[in-house]
Design a protein around this ligand. Structure first.
Ligand SMILES: Nc1ncnc2c1ncn2[C@@H]1O[C@H](COP(=O)(O)OP(=O)(O)OP(=O)(O)O)[C@@H](O)[C@H]1O
Ligand SMILES: [Mg+2]
Length: 227
């Protein structure tokens, strides 16, 4: 089946299951549709953007003013788009990203109180009207999500990942705001965003994602503009 290269993003709170599900979804797309896929993540996705990632997600990253933080994320995103996402899509690869601009809206817009207007305007400056064709928002009670993240700190987690907890320690109230923010983003963008009940088992969440993908395949979303 010939399909135009798509850009799909996974969003949601810490421990919702994004990284788990994105890999399963990638494997399923390859098996079912033989699609050439680039898996990537934000903040990060290029060597330069990964340097910015470390400033923001590492526990000793620093104490940033929220607007400075949003601008760092924007710079990282610009690197990611120009050097990785757009070149891949121009070659016909699909790109699936573990977090993208909706995380900036949720964390800095809703969680840190910057609001959406400036952040949306800023995104437009770096990306024009490029947006994901589909965004899967993994929704879970933050108490459960943070508990899952806590359990993850075992021997399988690398030393660098173990200290990536600057946001995780921001408190429950902050994480409640994130959850509400993601749900509000979904409400404002009903064509692009789908909310998934991430409290279910890994297999049940995977099935919800595949079903949504199939539904969107037969009712394709407007094709995103590249570049
Ligand atoms: N549906 C599920 N039920 C129970 N545990 C799960 C489920 N999905 C993922 N987990 C476990 O919860 C932990 C967090 O999952 P994962 O890393 O995929 O979440 P994440 O959304 O990527 O988190 P983060 O935002 O911190 O990167 C992992 O240990 C994972 O094995
Ligand atoms: Mg993850």
């Amino acid at each position: 089946m010939e399909m135009q290269a798509q850009f799909i993003t996974f969003e949601g709170g810490d421990g919702a299951g994004k990284t788990t599900q994105i890999k399963k979804f990638r494997d399923w797309l390859v098996k079912e549709y033989n699609i050439d896929i680039l898996l990537t993540r934000e903040p990060g996705g290029t060597p330069e953007a990964e340097k910015i990632r470390n400033l923001l997600v590492q526990s000793d990253g620093g104490d940033w003013d929220p607007l400075s933080e949003a601008l760092l994320l924007s710079a990282a995103r610009r690197e990611h788009l120009v050097k990785r996402i757009w070149p891949a899509m121009k070659k016909g690869q699909w790109v699936i990203s573990d977090r993208f601009v909706d995380s900036t809206y949720a964390f800095q817009g809703y969680g840190m109180g910057l609001g959406l207007d400036y952040l949306q305007e800023n995104y437009k400056r770096i990306a024009d009207d490029f947006m994901p064709s589909l965004t899967l928002i993994l929704d879970i009670d933050p108490v459960e999500g943070l508990e899952r993240s806590g359990k993850q700190l075992d021997i399988t987690t690398s030393e660098l990942e173990k200290t990536e907890n600057r946001y995780e320690v921001m408190g429950l109230e902050f994480h409640q705001k994130l959850r509400e923010g993601f749900l509000d983003i979904a409400k404002r963008n009903p064509k692009r965003c789908r909310v998934i009940d991430a409290s279910k088992s890994v297999d049940e969440v995977h099935k919800q994602i595949c079903d949504i993908f199939i539904e969107c395949l037969y009712k394709p979303y407007e094709t995103a503009q590249i570049g």
